[in-house]
Design a protein around this ligand. Structure first.
Ligand code: HEM
Length: 580
């Protein structure tokens, strides 16, 4: 036994020590490369993502959070970290490990450059684990990506946006009725509800299936053991485990009796989700075959129609997707389009509750634009909701669902322009541009959240202030200008650089407009009828000041586990909704 343990120990140590030894020289070179750019270097003893530690994260995280290198890794990302990092290290730092290096940058020039050069900075291998239902636009690179993007991009057209608008209004009206029917209007299911709205909008505008807010995707369809919602949520809530299990699903099925109920639950969710997708595709194909003349315009029908048409015409593969690729893309629309928008909505409602002055400001616009219309039309109303979009931008700035975007580097020593700056002073007066040669075996992590909290780009970065996104072409005093002309003269600030919640460049999120339309429709529908205020945990009477503090702390206590940023304890978010 003792010799077995010592063999294990020696193997384990050599696995760690040998690569470290081999890399000493490389680290030195990296250091030399980094030195002129003033990069901070962190040498970490394990894999740079802290996977080893994550395996036992419950045990290790509380201890490791005290270590600087560990706090830098995704392992223990906290909302506050990016603020302190700015103060300490500026825009760029590099984490050097035996496995690989990661260059973190929150520099707006570097981020823009990396996102613009999709061929040089590619989606890293880790994205491939999201091919569980088929290769898709989010995971592939090069020519393959061009083909996927060409076929998926037309799915996000104005007809779909109009559909998103109508469905979002329908869903949020039902959600609001349910909120107002709660005793004292106190609700603690905000995050669940915005998730249902986002899922139902996705089902309708994405897959042509309309659901009722109170039932719909919450209920198992005939022939299913799980509801569509539960299948998707199980996968999203256990994202990493799902990605590990999916490629070996068959093997895990054979040893199912040995596995924990949690793992079996994830395996079931995978099967159920696959079945829902297959059924949705089959039903869409039947409709297309019936050729009723009434063409549907949802994401899935466009995807199938474009692809099937190309197959029928025998057009070369440039415009075709295989059935597996269609499934892969439908899966990625589900993953990318669900929690992202749902969480942004939940954060925005909570932030509006603790910032009544902003809520008043945005309600002013909503009242003026909606003007009691029973069914506000997309073309007329949506473009006028600039303050509502400002609320979305500001929420995404501080609580954007994608805080970091990783990229692999194809060519060693690839040059990257970085601006060396002391983030607490103005870039213009203290910056100098440098070209960094990215060392071999280095991944680049674009730290979007840190860029969004840079004081030189966003003064008072911790303050949630949607008004920073609005400028006026005719700054007239309120006393002399009517509200309608004041609103008419307002414009949204357009940032060329420094704001990238949807990324930028050729791989910018294709669902950006989808999400914006959904967000404005839901927020507009709720705030034209109701006022949101904070409530103390448990729904008791603790006074508004206490409630506000609790909500504020809850929002900051967000983590980055799974696909997006989310509140650690969404069930503790209590809000009070009252009729206006
Ligand atoms: C607030 C809502 C959303 C945010 C903040 C967001 C953010 C992002 C970001 C940052 C990326 C780039 C990721 C990377 O390059 O690694 C991305 C890509 C993507 N998003 Fe979104 N997204 C949102 C909503 C949606 C919606 C509603 C859909 C679809 C229904 C969608 C579909 C996609 C797809 C398919 C990609 C991959 C595009 C490609 O690589 O070419 N997203 N999103």
């Amino acid at each position: 036994m003792a010799s077995f343990i010592s063999i294990l120990a020696v193997t384990f140590l050599s696995c760690i020590l040998v690569p470290i030894f081999r890399r000493v020289q490389r680290i030195y070179i990296n250091y030399q490369l980094a030195k002129p750019t003033g990069l901070h270097i962190f040498i970490v003893p394990v894999d740079p993502y802290g996977m080893v530690w994550q395996a036992g994260s419950r045990l290790f995280t509380p201890i490791l959070q005290h270590f600087e290198w560990c706090r830098i890794l995704d392992l223990s990302w906290t909302w506050e970290d990016d603020f302190t990092r700015h103060e300490k290290y500026g825009d760029n730092f590099i984490v050097v490990s035996p496995a690989m290096n990661i260059l973190y940058t929150s520099n707006k020039v570097a981020i823009e450059e990396v996102l613009a050069k999709r061929k040089a900075f590619v989606k890293p291998k880790l994205y491939e684990s999201m091919n569980m239902f088929g290769r898709n636009v989010d995971t592939v690179n090069g020519e393959e990506w061009s083909r996927h993007r060409k076929i998926t991009a037309p799915c996000f057209n104005e007809r779909v946006s109009s559909f998103v608008w109508n469905e979002s209004i329908r869903q949020s009206q039902a959600m609001l009725s349910q909120w107002l029917s709660q005793p004292g209007g106190k609700i603690s299911n905000m995050v669940d509800d915005t998730r249902i709205v986002a899922l139902h909008v996705l089902c309708a505008a994405g897959f042509g299936v309309q659901h009722d807010f109170n039932s719909g995707a919450r209920i198992s369809a005939p022939g299913h053991k799980l509801s569509h919602r539960d299948a998707l949520m199980t996968m999203l809530n256990n994202f990493i485990t799902t990605m590990i299990l999916a490629p070996q699903e068959g093997f895990f099925d054979t040893i199912a009796v040995l596995l924990s109920p949690r793992i079996n639950g994830i395996l079931l969710a995978l099967k159920e989700f696959r079945q829902y997708t297959d059924e949705a595709i089959a039903s869409e194909r039947n409709l297309l075959a019936e050729d009723s003349g009434a063409q549907k315009h949802n994401l899935m029908s466009t995807l199938i129609r474009t692809s099937d048409q190309a197959k029928a015409d025998g057009v070369q593969s440039a415009v075709k997707l295989t059935d597996d690729e269609i499934k892969g893309n439908i899966f990625i629309f589900n993953v990318a389009g669900h929690d992202t928008t749902a969480n942004t909505l939940a954060y925005a409602f909570a932030l509006l509750a603790i910032h009544p002055e902003v809520q008043e400001w945005v309600v002013e616009e909503i009242d003026q634009v909606f003007r009691g219309e029973r069914s506000p039309d997309y073309e007329g109303v949506y473009p006028q909701l600039k303050r509502v979009v400002a609320v979305m931008y500001e929420t995404l700035r501080l609580f954007g669902p994608v805080p970091q975007i990783p990229r692999g580097v194809i060519t060693p020593n690839m040059p990257l322009t970085i601006t060396r700056s002391n983030s607490t002073t103005l870039i213009a007066s203290s910056s100098s541009t440098k070209t960094l040669l990215i060392p071999p075996n280095t991944q680049v992590n674009l730290n979007i959240h840190a860029m969004h909290t840079t004081p030189t780009i966003y003064p008072s970065p911790k303050v949630w202030d949607p008004k920073r996104w609005i400028t006026s072409t005719a700054p007239t005093a309120r006393a002399t200008a009517s509200l309608s002309s004041e609103l008419h003269n307002e414009n949204l600030v357009h940032m060329e650089q420094g704001f990238a919640p949807w990324a930028s460049g050729p791989r910018i999120c294709p669902g950006m407009k989808f999400a914006q339309v959904e967000f404005t429709a839901v927020l507009g529908t709720v705030l034209r009828r109701a006022w949101i205020a904070p409530s103390v945990k448990g729904g008791g009477d603790g006074g508004e000041a206490v409630a506000r503090k609790e909500v504020e702390a809850l929002l900051r206590d967000s983590h980055h586990i799974g696909a997006t940023i989310s509140m650690k304890k969404p069930e503790d978010l209590w809000l009070k909704v009252s009729r206006r």
